[in-house]
Design a binder for this molecule. Structure first.
Ligand code: ADE
Ligand code: ZN
Length: 338
């Protein structure tokens, strides 16, 4: 199969995209006007988000999130995002959702999830894309806040909220602080993932695996600094949610050419490709597949492997997983020999 890497129909899957971080600036501007909110300084003259380092990015993210005030705002956002990646070939996505950010804009957890679920249903009906949600706690809000998120999730179970995770500033809060929250989520059957090895080194990944018992790591790129950590990731079958453009934009890596994704893959890690906060990092899921193919010489078979890795590690039921795998296999058979 010698399809071009940019072939839109090549099936793609995304495990790591923050829904507020996927907000197109034009939508944020429109909602700010609708709700009479001040977003002065959030966007530049070309309508791009303004930020300069990780802390500045997190602040800009918080400000963008504040304009989403009603369930319908989130329905629009989820639908818009899912349609955009479906147009690039995505068959599945997990949206990272942040109940703390919704609460900051005055939305209850139930209304937040109901709005997002409506957007997911609309996109599914329109183009057949499948999606789930991962509720996250924000580590720099502290262990109590993270536990409150799990408590809310467990008090109002929703069939599309299938995972629990940890995001925010990795430089704050040892993973042990969040062990109780993760135990509660894991005991309730939610899939577990946490950002680690993005701004802190391999020791952060080790502690995350030890204390939070996750099956996936958000980023994990700094594993490459310690062979034993890489070996553990391979041995335990931990899936890595790699977000190349995010790492370059935030200065975790100097350039895509020097990004560890290819080495991690060669070492046997289960690598997936993701966009994290696409408009902040001038990327998209399709762009991630395409730029990695171009930079590392990956062929369509390599890209299909990323999608299969993502579906294998997805926080979905087995019927959905089998259906998604069938779509991938169908694509491969239809394009064999082309
Ligand atoms: N929240 C949104 N994007 C994030 C990232 N790249 N790291 C940590 N928290 C985040
Ligand atoms: Zn992230």
């Amino acid at each position: 199969m010698v399809l071009k890497a940019e072939t839109p129909a090549l099936p793609k899957a995304e495990l790591h995209v923050h829904i507020e971080g996927a907000a197109p600036p034009a939508l944020v501007k429109r909602l700010a006007e609708r709700h009479g909110l001040d977003i002065d300084g959030l966007l530049d003259g070309q309508g791009r988000y303004v930020w300069s380092d990780f802390t500045g990015f997190l602040n800009a993210y918080d400000r963008a999130a504040r304009v989403f005030r009603a369930p319908e705002d989130y329905a629009d956002l989820a639908e818009t995002y899912l349609l955009s990646i479906a147009a690039e070939g995505a068959i599945y996505a997990e949206l990272t959702i942040s109940p703390d950010h919704a609460a900051g804009a005055g939305l209850s957890y139930r209304d937040y999830v109901a709005g997002l679920a409506e957007g997911i249903a609309r996109a599914r009906k329109a183009v057949g894309i499948e999606a789930r949600m991962i509720a996250i706690g924000v580590r720099h809000f502290g262990a109590r806040a993270v536990e409150q998120v799990v408590t809310q999730v467990l008090a109002a179970p929703h069939p599309l909220v299938t995972g629990f995770g940890l995001a925010g500033d990795e430089r704050e809060g040892h993973p042990a602080n969040f062990a109780r929250a993760f135990r509660m989520a894991g005991d309730a059957g939610l899939g577990l993932t946490a950002h680690a090895g993005e701004f802190c080194g391999p020791e952060s990944i080790t502690a995350t695996l030890d204390f939070l018992r996750v099956g996936r790591i958000g980023h994990g790129v700094r594993a490459l600094e310690d062979r034993e950590v890489v070996a553990r990731i391979v041995e335990d079958g931990i899936a890595l949610e790699i977000c190349p453009a995010s790492n370059v934009a935030l200065g975790v890596c100097s350039n895509l050419r020097f990004h560890p994704v290819n080495h991690l893959r060669r070492a046997g890690c289960r690598v997936t490709l993701n966009s994290d906060d696409p408009p902040f990092f001038a990327t998209s899921l399709g762009a991630e597949y395409e730029s990695c193919a171009r930079t590392f010489g990956w062929k369509s078979g390599d890209l299909i492997e990323m999608t299969r890795n993502a579906v294998k590690a997805a926080f979905c039921d087995e019927t959905t997983r089998a259906r998604l795998m069938g779509r991938i296999t169908g694509f491969v058979s239809a394009n064999a020999g082309t």
